[in-house]
Design a protein around this ligand. Structure first.
Ligand code: ADP
Length: 591
């Protein structure tokens, strides 16, 4: 708590006067200060606004400084190229577009740029690029650049996302994407501000992709051509035509002959004015002179040279890239394979032709002695019968019976061979007549009964008593039933064999079923082909021709033949035939 000093004694008069005087003085001074303050306060608004303006100017200056610094930082740090281009002298905007473009190329230069821009041209810093002339950067001869500048003019000296084709310091081509804003004053283009981005790699990748796509398209087209025919000379000619002009101005195809010499099979050229020369080149087998680029790729298969494909550039000035060389090598590889396939096919065809010719001649020649042989056997039978008391009669009759069967077997085999040769040679003909199938089946079965009996099989007839008439080739139909019954006895393992006949108004259906060795599922479709067998030669004799002939006959009569089998349980062959040739149509044996 504040305390006061106790009054010791009352002040003297002199002391009081002095005190008052001091008081008065202090009051006067306070008054003067107040008046002065009043003066100041009277002038305060002008003063305050002055201060304010000054503060504002200072703030603005510092803001400006910051902004300038921010701008500089932005420009120097930007990954985009930023530049100012100056047209010297300025280009009158009233001139025709081409003249404006020419003037830009003549006097244009880079006045300012950032480091990023300089690096796009392979320079270390902006200073090195500054001052560079426009025509040292932008390829003047490239029509795409003329179009770029034309579009800039046409769109009022302002363009976004335009591509330019330029060259870097080391001469490598670059592609940039530009935004350009022209500075136009007094009817003249003074220059432009621009930004640019390097899209060279991107464009390369796109072009690479396009090239790869076109290469694979080319290869698949070539493969289609190569697979289209087995005439390899014609095929190679087509491939050569495919390669020109896509991959070459010229393409020559030389094939190696059996004697090791080369035969020129094609000379294709892109330009029509070369046609005459191409003909000479084709005839003379020489290579056109002055061809700047030549690629020769050998046609090689399994280490054997078949020929050479040669590709040239002549007028186009094209230079082959590594990818194109690989493509041409791949083309040659495929072409060589196709030549080889065609050659093998030709050889196989020739071998088949020779075999058929041989079979045809051999079966004729071998069959010829069989007729007199069986006649002699018949005479022998009659001779023996004339001597009933001869002690040799029994034995001789037995030998004659065996010999006759063998001669019959032999002549059947010969007939099969002859038939196959006829089928292969397109000389297989049918003669239609009215045939009664029930009677025919009974006849064949009766003829085979002794043979079936020898094998231990019973031949069972079902439904053959019916009268089933149709228009068929009698002898060939007999051959069909014979083949099926013969096989059923041969592969029937001594079990019963069922021959059945069904019919409706349009079709007849003959089935031969045995309970013998059967056929594995993998062989079912094969056994109808020529020389195909599903049993070993050691256990069962045969040529593998019977079913092939049977199917040919059945199909020629408009019918079909099917087989069902379970190995070890037997096989069922079903023949369905239209009763008249007109009703012939593919059908299933459901009658
Ligand atoms: P081949 O009997 O002379 O061999 P085929 O053309 O008549 O010739 O018959 C071809 C093959 O079909 C025979 O080798 C045999 O494997 C098989 N095959 C034919 N018929 C039967 C059958 N009924 N049972 C089992 N296999 C058969």
């Amino acid at each position: 708590m504040p305390t006061r000093d106790p009054p010791d004694a009352a002040p003297t008069r002199a002391e009081l006067t002095e005190l008052l005087e001091r008081e008065r003085q202090a009051r006067r001074e306070a008054e003067a200060e107040r008046a002065r303050l009043y003066e100041v306060l009277m002038q305060a608004p002008a003063f305050i606004s002055l201060v304010h303006a000054r503060q504002q100017a200072e703030a603005l200056a510092s803001e400006l400084k910051n902004s300038e610094e921010r701008y500089r930082a932005f420009v120097s740090k930007s990954t985009e190229g930023i530049f100012r281009f100056v047209a010297a002298p300025p280009v009158p905007t009233t001139l025709p577009e081409d003249e404006q473009i020419a003037l830009m190329f003549q006097g244009g230069y880079i006045a300012e740029c950032n480091d990023a821009m300089a690096r796009m041209y392979g320079f270390g810093s902006a200073e090195e690029l500054k001052g560079a002339r426009l025509d040292a950067l932008l390829v003047r001869e490239d029509p795409r650049n003329t179009e770029y500048l034309r579009a800039f003019i046409q769109s009022g000296y302002r363009i976004d996302g335009a591509e330019s084709q330029e060259v870097a310091q080391d001469g490598t081509p670059r592609v940039f994407l530009n935004n350009l804003m022209g500075i136009v004053q007094g009817g003249h283009l003074q220059g432009a501000w621009g930004t640019q981005r390097d899209v060279t790699e991107q464009r390369h990748a796109e072009e690479e992709l396009k090239r790869a796509e076109s290469h694979s398209r080319f290869l698949s087209e070539a493969s289609a051509v190569l697979a289209s025919s087995l005439d390899y000379e014609a095929t190679l000619r087509n491939v050569a035509r495919l390669a020109v002009p896509t991959l070459a101005d010229w393409c020559l195809v030389d094939l190696m002959q059996d004697d090791g010499s080369f035969k020129r099979v094609e000379a294709v050229c892109a330009a029509s004015e070369d046609a005459e020369l191409a003909q000479q080149v084709q005839r003379a087998g020489v290579i056109p002179k002055n061809s700047p680029q030549l690629i020769s790729v050998p046609l090689v298969v399994r280490g054997r040279a078949l020929g050479v494909l040669s590709f040239f550039t002549f007028h186009s000035g094209r230079r082959y890239t590594a990818a194109e060389r690989t493509l041409l090598e791949e083309l040659a590889r495929r072409a060589a394979l196709s030549v080889e396939n065609a050659r093998l096919y030709r050889e196989a065809q020739e071998a088949v032709r020779l075999r058929d010719e041989f079979l045809s001649i051999a079966s004729h020649e071998l069959k010829t002695p069989l007729t007199p042989l069986s006649l002699k056997l018949q005479m022998l039978v009659r001779e023996v019968q004339r001597q009933p008391d001869s002690p040799f009669r029994r034995a001789v009759e037995g030998y004659i019976a065996v010999a006759s069967r063998q001669v019959k077997k032999l002549s059947e085999l010969m007939s099969d061979l002859l038939d196959v040769a006829r089928i292969a040679g397109g000389r297989f003909r049918l003669e239609f007549e009215e045939v009664e199938l029930g009677a025919l089946a009974r006849e064949v079965v009766a003829r085979y009964e002794p043979e079936a009996a020898r094998a231990g099989s019973a031949l069972v007839l079902e439904g053959t008593a019916k009268h089933v008439a149709g228009q068929w080739d009698r002898l060939r139909l007999e051959q069909v039933i014979t083949n099926l019954v013969d096989n059923a006895i041969k592969y029937g393992a001594g079990k019963p064999i069922h021959v059945s006949l069904e019919a409706d108004a349009g079709r007849a259906c003959l089935r031969v079923r045995d309970e013998g060795i059967g056929i594995g599922p993998e062989s079912l479709s094969r056994i109808f082909e020529r020389f195909e067998r599903a049993v070993s030669d050691r256990h069962y004799g045969g040529l593998g021709l019977g079913l092939h002939i049977t199917r040919t006959i059945v199909e020629a009569m408009g019918g079909s033949i099917q087989v069902e089998s379970t190995p070890g349980q037997g096989a069922t062959f079903t023949v369905v035939l239209p009763r008249t040739p007109a009703a012939a149509r593919p059908t299933s044996p459901s009658v």
